[in-house]
Design a protein around this ligand. Structure first.
Ligand SMILES: [Zn+2]
Ligand SMILES: [Zn+2]
Length: 126
C-alpha cells in the first residue's frame, strides 16, 4: 500500500516535470488521466500539495484562479500572457527598481512573486 502511494506520487511529480507549462491541478489530472484512467482527481490534488510541502515542486500564485505548480525550484520570474493565459519562465540576473519593504516589522516574509505581463509571440500576431 505504501509502495503504491509512492509510485503514484512520483507519477504526479513526473507529470509536473514533464509539463513545463506551470499546470494547475486540473491540468495535471487531465494529463495523467489520459494514460492512467484509474487515477482520481482527489489523489492528484492531495499529492500535488504534499509534493509542494516537501519542496519537490513549487506552488505559484500567478493568476487569481487556480494555483499552478512549477517543476523549477530555483528563484525565477514569470511572464503571463494576457492573450492566451500561458505562463513562461523568464530569467533575469538582477531586478532593478524592485520595491524593498521598509516597514516589515512583525511580518515574516518568506518570499515574493514577480509576474511580468504582456503578449506572447503567438498572441502578438493575432
Ligand atoms: Zn499568448
Ligand atoms: Zn516557473
Amino acid at each position: 500500500m505504501i509502495q503504491r502511494k509512492t509510485t503514484q506520487c512520483s507519477l504526479i511529480l513526473n507529470a509536473v516535470q514533464a509539463l513545463h507549462t506551470h499546470p494547475s491541478a486540473d491540468e495535471v489530472y487531465a494529463y495523467l488521466h489520459a494514460t492512467k484512467p484509474t487515477i482520481s482527481r482527489a489523489t492528484v490534488y492531495r499529492d500535488l500539495n504534499r509534493l509542494a510541502e516537501e519542496g519537490k515542486i513549487k506552488r505559484v500564485e500567478i493568476t487569481s484562479s487556480a494555483t499552478r505548480f512549477d517543476y523549477r525550484l530555483d528563484d525565477h520570474y514569470h511572464f503571463k500572457c494576457l492573450g492566451c493565459g500561458c505562463v513562461y519562465d523568464v530569467n533575469q540576473e538582477e531586478v532593478k527598481g524592485l520595491p524593498i519593504i521598509s516597514d516589515a516589522k512583525g511580518l515574516a516574509i518568506t518570499g515574493f512573486d514577480v509576474v511580468f505581463k504582456g503578449y506572447c509571440p503567438k498572441c502578438q500576431h493575432k
